[in-house]
Design a protein. Structure first.
Length: 278
């Protein structure tokens, strides 16, 4: 399959012209599947323990290589302690082939610093998981006129600071659509309806294995396949194989010529005579 790589230029010019598909991937296998499925944007993270993500920079390189034509967004759990640290981290992401940095909890000041260095950054409005404690926990945002206006103002402030896009999470679709029309930057919907510039889902939700990992399935998740059931089947097969191995060990079933090497009979007899002298 051959297609043109999606660039930041293409990303920005897509507004009002077509819908973008964004998918959070956890590993190179999911990234490769996203590439084959012609997903527009793959999002991933460097070391996000609270979400069960422990990607090294080497794994991020493999993810990039597996989906060379997708726009790649990368972020991390740790908020840098200074503008300098933020810039240093962003350059590490860019060196492995990241196109856009995710800075959903980063300040306007740091976003401006990145803009001044021509580093593209996406932010986050509505329900921002890393800041949920400030809104009373995980809940929908924008269900009142004043709160909805606050989401719009937040988005406009991020735009003014230099963000090129935002994830709009758990905002009423009517509100999200108005915000999308009011701003020039890209909006990606996470449970905020179809009025944004695109959709953003997590691969584990799409594939139906979130609960298998002990995670919470968000209301806005859309499950397309039941990998949980498949993982259960694979676990049953795994246990069966291990049991057979254990049984073969106890019964000493490991002399099969197909998995061992042989010694000529005369050499074996010589070996036995030699052992008598030891």
């Amino acid at each position: 399959m051959s297609r043109k790589k999606l660039t930041v230029y293409d990303y920005l010019r897509s507004k009002g012209k077509r819908q973008l598909s964004a998918l959070f991937v956890h590993n190179a296998d999911e990234a490769k599947a996203a590439e084959e499925a012609e997903i527009d944007i793959i999002c991933t993270s460097h070391d996000y323990p609270q979400f069960g993500i422990y990607n090294s920079f080497e794994e991020l390189k493999r993810i990039r290589a597996a989906a060379p034509n997708c726009l790649m967004q990368t972020g991390g759990a740790i908020t840098p302690a200074s503008e300098y640290e933020a810039l240093k981290l962003c350059h590490k992401y860019l060196e492995i082939g990241t196109d856009v940095i995710y800075g959903g909890t980063w300040s306007y000041k740091w976003i401006r610093a990145l803009r001044d260095e021509n580093i593209p950054i996406n932010s986050h409005v509505g329900l921002v998981p890393g800041k949920a404690t400030w809104i009373g926990g995980f809940r929908a945002i924008g269900k009142t006129a004043d709160e909805a206006l606050g989401v719009l103002k937040h988005t406009l402030e991020l735009q003014d600071a230099g963000a090129i896009g935002v994830e709009l999470e758990v905002v009423p679709p009517k509100v999200a659509e108005v915000i999308t029309k009011k701003v020039d930057i890209i909006t990606l919907s996470m449970g905020s309806g179809s009025g944004c510039d695109g959709q953003y889902l997590f691969a584990n939700d799409v594939l139906g294995y979130t609960s298998y990992q002990g995670g919470h399935i968000p209301r806005h998740a859309r499950i397309y396949k039941n990998f949980h059931k498949e993982f259960d089947r694979l676990q049953t097969e795994r246990i069966s194989a291990f049991k057979q191995y254990h049984k073969d060990t106890i019964e000493k079933n490991f002399n099969d010529p197909s998995i061992t090497v042989s010694i000529e009979e005369k050499e074996y007899e010589k070996f036995l005579r030699l052992t008598e002298k030891v």
